[in-house]
Design a protein around this ligand. Structure first.
Ligand code: OGA
Ligand code: NI
Length: 348
């Protein structure tokens, strides 16, 4: 199995193994240089989208901007989200420090063969799969009582505390964003929030992309859409790498050091009856610099049934496009394993 960490490959100075060379051309060649389109990913000021009362207090212009961001891109960069710059810097520092620990130390948190949480590399799920140039630490962070602390690093010392604090902040931001998204689509404010339930699931994925000698043919993350409701990503503050697919072209997501990149996941696409789409995205590699990111996948409680909100289904003009589902992540995994786009499983 391809369980060797990419970091270990790099340290032993091996040539890039064949398995990492990207072969599928379904989404076009890697062509890093062609994806020079940038500066178009919308930037949304979250402080203008806070409704303190039940009355409309959100800034209409910003809501319109959000609506257009969602419909055109399925993603945006969020600024003025309320988390201190210094906190995000500290979070990045402890994340980076974890991957810098000696191999032996990190192995304590290794993902078991039959598990999903822990420290590991790309899982081999189907034949002929090209592997991602990426090691990751994957942890369920919410609900709190489902955490498996044995996978939470104790070193760096403040790792657990920082991750716990960050989870708390993102819970609030998640709520704010879900309400704003509903409002921007002229829907009842809580229509998405209610589907997430009282106990939404949040997984943190700490991504580590070592430098790669073949950025022309190796991807950090292969093209995919997230199975979440929404994903909130903290990018590396210096090394770019994330790209979004729009109208069959790849667009770079430029670095804004203290912004959070928010993208729609499949489950919000389902709830919106396809009005907003979960965008395909990928991460490219860099030949000299390592890159660290933290993706937080926020999703409805898997025990709850989700489906298109009533207001967006209409027999005449907008028929129901997705089935109701429970535990989408399980469906996601099965389809993904077959090399299919998981959302196809629930499309009517
Ligand atoms: C992910 C993801 C992007 C990045 O973890 O699903 O898309 O830039 N990450 O690390
Ligand atoms: Ni992703």
């Amino acid at each position: 199995m391809g369980s060797k960490k990419v970091q270990e490959l790099v340290q032993s100075n091996e040539e890039v193994p064949h398995k990492y060379i990207w072969r599928d051309t379904e989404y076009g060649p890697i062509d890093v240089t062609a994806a020079t389109l940038s500066g178009e990913i919308p930037v949304i000021d979250l402080s203008r989208l806070i409704s303190s009362s039940a009355e409309a207090a959100m800034d209409i212009a910003e809501l319109n901007k959000l609506q257009s961001a969602l419909i055109t891109w399925g993603c945006f960069q969020a600024i003025n989200h309320g988390i201190e710059d210094s906190f995000l810097d500290e979070l990045r520092r402890v994340s980076r420090n974890f991957f810098q620990l000696p191999v032996m130390e990190k192995q304590k948190y290794d993902r078991p063969v039959d598990g999903i949480e822990g420290y590991g590399s790309d899982m081999v799920l189907f034949e002929n799969q090209s592997l991602d140039w990426n090691d990751r630490l994957y942890l369920l962070v919410s609900p709190k009582d489902q955490r498996k602390l044995e996978y939470w690093p104790e070193n760096p010392e403040n790792f657990r505390k920082i991750l716990d604090d960050y989870t708390g902040s993102l819970r609030q931001i998640l709520e704010l964003i879900l309400k704003a998204i509903a409002r921007s689509l002229s829907l009842p404010e809580k229509c998405f929030l209610d589907q997430f339930g009282e106990r939404p699931t949040m997984y943190g994925r700490f991504n580590y992309y070592p430098p790669c000698s073949r950025p022309d043919t190796v991807l950090g993350l292969k093209p995919h859409a997230d199975g979440s409701g929404i994903t909130i990503l903290l990018q590396d503050e210096e090394v770019e790498g994330l790209q979004m697919l729009k109208d069959d072209r790849w667009y770079r997501v430029p670095i804004m050091p203290h912004a959070l990149v928010v993208n729609v996941g499949d489950q919000l696409e389902i709830m919106s009856n396809g009005i907003i789409k979960s965008p395909m995205h990928r991460a490219v590699t860099n030949s000299v610099r390592e890159r660290n990111t933290l993706a937080m996948f926020c999703a409805p409680d898997p025990e709850l049934e989700i489906g298109p909100v009533n207001e967006l289904v209409d027999d005449d003009t907008r028929r129901r496009l997705y089935k109701k589902v429970r535990n989408y992540p399980e469906i996601f995994f099965q389809y993904y394993q077959q090399g299919k786009r998981p959302i196809e499983a629930v499309r009517i």
